[in-house]
Design a protein. Structure first.
Length: 300
């Protein structure tokens, strides 16, 4: 993911939270300090995989190593017929740690075509192998112009809460009984994971504020979906339906849907029927979770 408008203080707090919530044997860090953000203070800690990287060339070398590690881990997954690293670790005698590469300023990679070319295959496949890349930037998204990479990452403002455990990737079973208490961002990413396990492809989040009524974009059976995710404590009314319908044209979707942990009011159902907006209520969500649970437990 890319977190824009991120200050040096926020980056340090983000890294500290990862260190506080993950044991060294479970999580390793690769820190790339291109903008002199003060990452050197982490040299020597047990979670650090290699000493802090502080140049473009060394960052490229780190990405090359990640690519090789991704291929090696993917081979192991195929040999064990495991769908992902979590499934592999449940059966392995020696578990693989998750590896997180944090780059403090993606702006400095813009003109390094070696790194950009290497990032595309990495971003397409790394999460399955338990590898993650987090880019920070002090700039606004419109000033980054990242090209194809923009389609392969989720964008967030600095307001992404530190307590959001994106990298810990709790299982569907863990979230089955607590999705009602999730924040909006947590529920959105939870839905993204569930939909992917239900056969939706090319899932990507829209860009936070100003999302034009759509939170997730996805494809399935050649159909382009736009999905609004609503985690509420009460039934969903007309506004969500209107927003989803407006987003259909903006994102050139064939179908739009509202996915919620609750149910819909009578007027919302009537409006959705007249505007051909799919309403996926709590019953639908639980059915999607059930399918996701079965696939997450299985093997290839």
């Amino acid at each position: 993911m890319v977190i824009t408008h991120s200050t040096q203080d926020y980056q340090i707090r983000f890294i500290n939270y990862l260190l506080q919530t993950n044991a060294p044997e479970d999580l390793k860090l690769i820190l790339c300090d291109l903008g002199l953000s003060g990452f050197e203070v982490y040299n020597g800690i047990p979670n650090l995989f290699i000493p802090v990287v502080n140049s473009i060339d060394k960052t490229y070398s780190a990405l090359e190593w990640l690519f090789a590690e991704m291929k090696s881990r993917t081979t192991l997954l195929l040999e064990q017929k495991a769908k992902n690293m979590d499934a592999f670790n449940r059966c392995a005698n020696e578990k693989m740690p998750k590896i997180v590469c944090i780059i403090d300023e993606i702006f400095f990679l813009k003109n390094d075509f070696r790194s950009l070319d290497l990032l595309i295959p990495l971003l397409l496949n790394c999460n399955r192998a338990g590898l993650y890349i987090i880019f920070f930037s002090k700039f606004d998204l419109k000033n980054l112009s990242l090209g194809k990479i923009e389609d392969l990452v989720a964008f967030y403002h600095e307001e992404l809460p530190l307590e959001f455990k994106l990298l810990q990737q709790p299982t569907i079973e863990t979230n089955m009984n607590n999705f009602d208490s999730m924040s909006g961002i947590e529920f959105e990413l939870f839905c993204k994971n569930i939909l992917q396990l239900n056969g939706f492809q090319n899932l990507r989040t829209t860009k936070g504020s100003g999302d034009q009524g759509i939170d997730l974009l996805a494809e399935k059976d050649g159909i382009q979906y736009g999905i609004q995710c609503k985690c509420y404590s009460s039934d969903i009314g007309n506004k969500a339906v209107q927003e989803a319908f407006a987003g259909k044209t903006f994102y050139n979707c064939h179908v739009v849907a509202v996915l919620t942990n609750q149910y819909f009011t009578k007027s919302a159902i009537e409006l959705a029927q007249s505007n051909k907006v799919l309403l996926w209520d709590r019953k639908k969500l639980i059915a999607l979770i059930s399918t996701a649970q079965n696939k997450q437990k299985g093997v290839l």
